[in-house]
Design a binder for this molecule. Structure first.
Ligand code: ATP
Length: 475
């Protein structure tokens, strides 16, 4: 079994991530996060949020709506350009992206049946479309067709498509557009001098043609995006600044630096408005692949919305040359991080198999999720050695103290100690605290470290202090 498969089955077994609607056969690219998966994801999110709130830069947040109307995405270019090429295999009828499959001697081959009988590529828009309000689209379509029956079939289709698009709302394919659209409102309420940033964490949706590799490419995912507004002359400086900051952030959630790298886009890969773009890549089991993009987007987005809405988009800056204040359109540096992909990268990086022994002393593989302690769902698990009222009472007291110190933890009293260790190794609990009969005499406990399996004996209050300090979120 490859590592992706192993991590996928661990996620299901321990309830971290489960396929959505599994009882009905599951939806291929939709997943639900269970309690522990949710907690890991929230910890990553919190770390991102804190890294911006407490940074040296002036950054504020927005939580924008997921559904947005047609003009937003017409102006942003998503209606016309947010497409991927799509081909059909004429033999087995599957659809796939020709740019994402390996070619045989330059020829396209179906990834499912191997046939070379493939249709010509056509462009497929990745946005999900729906309607807002009590609209019966079928009725509208019928009325439209009847009213235009003198036109040719092609003309009706073209006009109808345009009509439907214009009256639709779309599930945003990225969070950024809320920020650009609200730029003037937000900067009025929260006036800042350049440079400053507006950040957002939220869901984005893409009707991806190829969904595979577990959480890597899914239809519904979360993004953590920062739009950092600068003077045009500062673009290069802040591009390097944010790239460096974002890589540093990644190094704090990933154990092994060699699992990360930066890939700079060549000139012909760049969007026409982009000045520079780098992907931060993680070493997935299939090779290095993007987890975050850092792009210099010039003034493209603000000007696009200014043109389309007829509104003025600017910030006021004082000018020594001209005296007084001048209006300028800021440029944007955008670090765009996929939270769902970050979660996958974090658990793949943390997954480890090590030699171990089972409860009977037999050699066996120990599966450990070596999550950074601040990302782990439980920071500690407290075990009464056996089911004894006094041991359980002291365990609960320790648990209460951990709760009071705002460390999420649990008491586990079922199963053998070995099985309890194995479970908490798999879900990444960094510390297991065992309460035994000596604990009742001198209040000492045994603290086992998840990664080294080393055990130390100390007073339970010292154990709590240590867990608190070792699970701190890094600055
Ligand atoms: P890719 O080339 O892999 O499709 P992208 O370049 O289109 O990604 P961006 O538009 O730059 O991605 O989005 C920013 C981030 O959002 C990506 O780095 C990734 O982490 C995340 N992301 C994008 N699409 C998906 C998806 N379908 N599922 C999960 N995460 C995604």
């Amino acid at each position: 079994m490859d590592i992706l498969q192993k991590v996928l089955s661990l996620c299901k077994r321990r309830g971290l991530v489960i396929q959505s609607a599994e009882i009905y056969g599951g939806a291929k690219s939709l997943y639900d996060f269970g309690h522990l998966g949710f907690l890991i994801k929230e910890n990553i999110k919190e770390f991102w949020k804190q890294s911006l709130l407490f940074s040296d830069e002036s950054i504020f947040f927005i939580d924008g709506s997921i559904l947005l109307p047609f003009p937003v995405f017409k102006a942003s270019g998503h209606i016309d350009c947010f497409t991927d090429p799509l081909v059909d295999c004429k033999e087995c009828k599957i659809r796939f992206r020709p740019d994402k499959v390996e070619k045989e001697l330059g020829e396209l081959k179906c990834p499912s049946c191997g046939s070379k009988n493939i249709s010509d590529p056509r462009l497929f828009n990745l946005m999900f479309r729906t309607t807002l309000g009590p609209v019966d689209q079928l009725e509208e379509i019928l009325t439209f067709v009847l009213q235009n029956s003198s036109k040719s079939k092609e003309e009706i289709l073209k006009d109808l498509q345009e009509q439907i698009l214009k009256s639709s709302v779309f599930l945003r394919p990225e969070t950024a557009q809320n920020i650009f659209c609200q730029f003037m409102n937000l900067t009025k309420s929260y006036p800042r001098k350049l440079p400053f940033g507006i950040a957002q964490i939220g869901r984005a949706f893409r009707n991806e043609i190829t969904t595979e590799k577990f959480l890597f490419r899914v239809a519904e995912f979360e993004q953590m995006e920062l739009e950092f507004f600068v003077k045009s002359q500062d673009e290069n400086f802040y591009f390097d600044y944010w790239l460096d900051k974002r890589v540093t952030w990644w190094k704090k959630i990933i154990n092994s630096d060699s699992n990360l790298r930066i890939r700079e886009y060549s000139q012909n890969e760049l969007a026409h408005y982009a000045k520079r773009c780098c992907d931060i890549e993680f070493k997935f089991p299939w090779g290095f692949d993007e987890v975050e993009g850092v792009a210099s987007r010039s003034d493209y987005d603000l000007l696009a919305h200014a043109r389309a809405s007829g509104k003025d988009f600017f910030v006021l800056e004082s000018s020594e040359q001209r005296g007084g204040q001048v209006k300028i359109v800021p440029w944007v540096i955008e670090p765009s991080c996929g939270l769902t992909r970050a979660f996958l990268a974090v658990i793949l990086d943390a997954y480890s198999e090590e030699p171990g022994v089972d409860a009977e002393g037999q050699e066996k593989v120990r599966t450990v999720m070596k999550l950074k302690p601040f990302l782990a769902p439980y920071k500690a698990a407290v075990f009464p050695l056996v089911k004894n009222e006094e041991l359980i009472k002291l365990s609960k007291l320790i648990h209460d103290e951990l709760k009071r110190r705002r460390l999420y933890s649990c008491v586990e009293e079922n199963q053998s100690i070995g099985k309890r260790y194995a479970k908490h190794d798999e879900i990444g609990t960094p510390f297991c605290i065992t309460v035994d009969f000596n604990s009742l005499k001198d209040e000492s406990v045994t603290v086992r470290d998840r990664d080294s399996t080393e055990q130390v004996r100390c007073h339970w209050k010292e154990a709590v202090d240590n867990v608190v300090s070792l699970c701190q979120m890094p600055a």
